[in-house]
Design a binder for this molecule. Structure first.
Ligand code: R5P
Length: 293
């Protein structure tokens, strides 16, 4: 079955690269806003009997959702065999628990919504903390890809004598794997989040790693408070300036510049969300999974 790729706004570069790697067609669509803010969609390519791949990373998800929904529905009305959402960053995964009575568990609602209009989903390292797999909330087939190997390779090629630092117990799963393949030691800290922009972190004895370059690794850098607080502790312990690696650079507000200002030697991300810090490319591993569809 033929595949045809469509880029949602902002995803053009990755979409072109994926279509090329999959030797597939790049679809043409007009996606724009009417003067009143409503969305206009027109698919100009033939999608009949094709597998339609919609590429849309889901940071700032609220404003992306309606165009995505309209595009998927239009493709189906025009006879597409199926639609697959390729969302390198999957949003709302951190809202997975009712912490206070009355709070919405939006990760479930979001999953229900996406599952209602697309036939499959491919994503990279979704934030699975209290859930063990996407199938707990997504009713469509999902493929999860991991960036750990690519990050290990980047560390091996770019950092001398690294020690990996994971900010919390959740991070142990990927930090330990990355450290293993990068042939480096690692330590895991303990984090407590006290609010959107407030975290406390306790650091174990790290003095023995003073000759190493600390490499902070996390799945998401959002406000960057987690990394900034960690950098403060590393400074106090007399460690070298750290390199900060995030799989998904969400960078809320001034998070990126705040992180550099706090003392990060360098901030590196995967290109799951387009940003100047993108150094680790996920195009190849994504295209391999898309080809398996
Ligand atoms: C949390 O559970 C995640 O793994 C990250 O540590 C968190 O999302 C980072 O957020 P922030 O950059 O806002 O501290």
């Amino acid at each position: 079955m033929g595949k045809i790729f469509f880029a949602l706004p902002g995803n053009e570069k990755l979409t072109e690269s994926l279509a090329e790697k999959c030797h597939a067609e790049l679809g043409k669509a007009i996606i724009r806003q009417f003067p009143d803010g409503e969305t206009y969609i027109k698919i100009e390519s033939d999608v009949k009997d094709k597998q339609v791949i919609l590429v849309c990373t889901l940071n700032h998800p609220d404003k992306k959702l309606l165009p995505l929904y309209y595009l998927s529905q239009t493709a189906k009305e025009l006879g597409a065999k199926s639609t697959c959402l390729v969302a390198p960053y999957l949003a709302y995964m951190r809202q997975d628990k009712c912490f206070h009575p009355g709070e919405a568990i939006t990760s479930s609602f979001f999953a229900k919504l996406l599952s209602s209009f697309t036939d499959s989903l491919i994503t990279i390292d979704p934030h699975l903390h209290r859930r063990s797999s996407l199938s707990e909330i997504y009713s469509i087939p999902t493929i999860v890809i991991h960036a750990a190997d690519l990050i290990s390779k980047w560390i091996l090629g770019n950092i001398e004598n690294p020690v990996l630092v994971g900010p919390d117990s959740e991070s142990a799963q990927w930090v330990s794997e990355i450290a293993y393949h990068a042939d480096a030691p690692f330590i895991i800290l303990e984090k407590t989040r006290k609010g959107d922009e407030k975290v406390t972190i306790s650091v174990p004895h790290i003095e023995k790693y003073r000759d190493h370059t600390p490499v902070l690794v996390d799945d998401i850098i959002s406000t960057a408070r987690t990394m900034i607080t960690t950098i403060g502790h590393l400074k106090k312990a007399g460690m070298k300036k750290p390199v900060c690696i995030g799989i998904h650079g969400v960078f809320a507000n001034n998070a990126f510049s705040n992180l550099l200002f706090a003392g990060a030697q360098e901030v590196i991300t995967c290109n799951t969300i387009p940003h100047e810090s993108n150094r680790i490319k996920i195009d190849e591993i994504l295209s391999l999974s898309i080809n398996q569809l």
